[in-house]
Design a protein around this ligand. Sequence first.
Ligand code: SAH
Ligand code: DHB
Ligand code: MG
Length: 232
Amino acid sequence: MQGSKGIPDIFESADHFISRKFSKDDAILRSINLSLAKAGIKNISVSSSQGKFLHLLVLMCRARRVLEISTLAGYSTIWMARALPKNGRLISIESNPEHARITTRHISRAGLSDQVEIKLGVAVEILAFLSRRRKDLFDMVFIDADRPSLREYFTWALKLTHSVSLIVADNVIRQGKVMNPDARDPDTKSVQRFLRSLASSEKVSATVLQTVGPKGHDGMSIAVVHGKRNHA
Ligand code: SAH
Ligand code: DHB
Ligand code: MG
């Protein structure tokens, strides 16, 4: 049966089955979704099973430093930050002051204020600032912001990471729209260009994992950086 998200019901109910077992939202994560609803902001956070997946990636690469582009209300931020060791740090970039303000409240309630820093500003400007600071090489970067700048964010991510760092990007399948060679929508075209350069990059090994569930049919690209210390 076809569900409301354009995917068969079984995919959404299986995701629900999985997330009930492995990634149940606690009070903090639930209150993030409530704040979004209250503020009338469209909830485009990752799903809880995707949040848990990002959490596992942070654990798998033993990340101590994580960079996120961008925050929204901190849902993915909190899933990733909770996988960090005590001395780990996460920087999340957000250009919308209201989103940043909501997030700061939740980060504080989650007891993560010492580990998570929300940088308010336009992503490319903050990325340029971070790369000038030089000390900031990240073990994992999660890209989940405006699609037209996706390739640019990936280029910055390469500059800001080292060998074996992970670079993950959300929403790269878009209900299969990326498979359409005649696509006209600028977001889809930008993702198509990004996937072409990701697939042919000699700087990373990469693939895309499809995702299905409450957020419909989409996918996350995952790239492991190889080569020398960094690509600055
Ligand atoms: N990662 C979040 C969802 C992020 S939604 C989660 O899964 O919980 C995308 C966010 O990107 C929005 O909050 C939007 O305000 C922000 N954004 C869009 N363009 C941006 C830009 N150029 N610089 C910084 N943030 C941007
Ligand atoms: C949209 C953005 C996202 O990052 C996402 O995961 C889902 C939807 C959007 O802009 O509609
Ligand atoms: Mg997304």
